[in-house]
Design a protein around this ligand. Structure first.
Ligand SMILES: [Zn+2]
Length: 177
């Protein structure tokens, strides 16, 4: 039985369309997580679905060894990116990886510095992403396993790739899925 269009308030249609768009994006993410692409890739996310997307990511997030960055590590990253520490409270999490060369516990700083040293990103661009000022971003780990970083203290490449780090300066400023 067809519903009468006159009985459908316009606001209801708007919400319904909005919901469909949100669902489609979450479904797309879930499909990528079910059948991961070859390459690790970063996607921009509509801020309006950031919280919902974070829930979807956390619902499948298991088995990865991550830790919270401590205050001195966050301060070190803020200095490197020239971000005022009061704008940079996090929390930040990162894959728990130690440098086999010098024992440094690697952080987002080592990843950021590696990207800058290779000319992939500027510190300003990384600062904008990690503070949420450049929108919301999700990196989907591919079959390549993630990204390697060079230790900022001794230069040695990490033995294993990073497969996760997050910035929750605002909800889902940046996350891995
Ligand atoms: Zn090292």
């Amino acid at each position: 039985m067809a519903a009468s269009p006159r009985l459908t308030p316009l606001v209801g249609i708007t919400h319904r369309r909005h919901w469909d768009a949100r669902s489609a994006v979450i479904e797309e993410l879930e499909a990528l997580l079910d059948d991961r692409p070859e390459e690790t890739r970063t996607y921009q996310v509509d801020p309006s679905i950031a919280v919902e997307m974070l829930e979807a990511i956390r619902s499948v997030d298991s088995g990865r060894k991550v830790r919270k960055m401590d205050a001195p590590e966050v301060a070190e990253l803020a200095r490197y990116l020239s971000v005022p520490i009061e704008e940079f409270q996090g929390p930040f999490t990162v894959s728990d990886i130690g440098c086999s060369g010098c024992g440094r516990r690697l952080t987002i700083l080592d990843l950021a510095k590696t990207a800058v040293d290779h000319g992939l990103h500027s510190t300003a661009a990384m600062a904008a992403v990690l503070t949420g000022k450049a929108g919301r971003w999700v990196t989907v780990r591919g079959k390549d396993g993630g990204r390697y970083a060079n230790c900022s203290a001794c230069g040695r490449q990490s033995d294993v790739p990073f497969d996760s780090y997050t910035s929750d300066v605002c909800p889902l400023a940046y996350a891995w899925a």
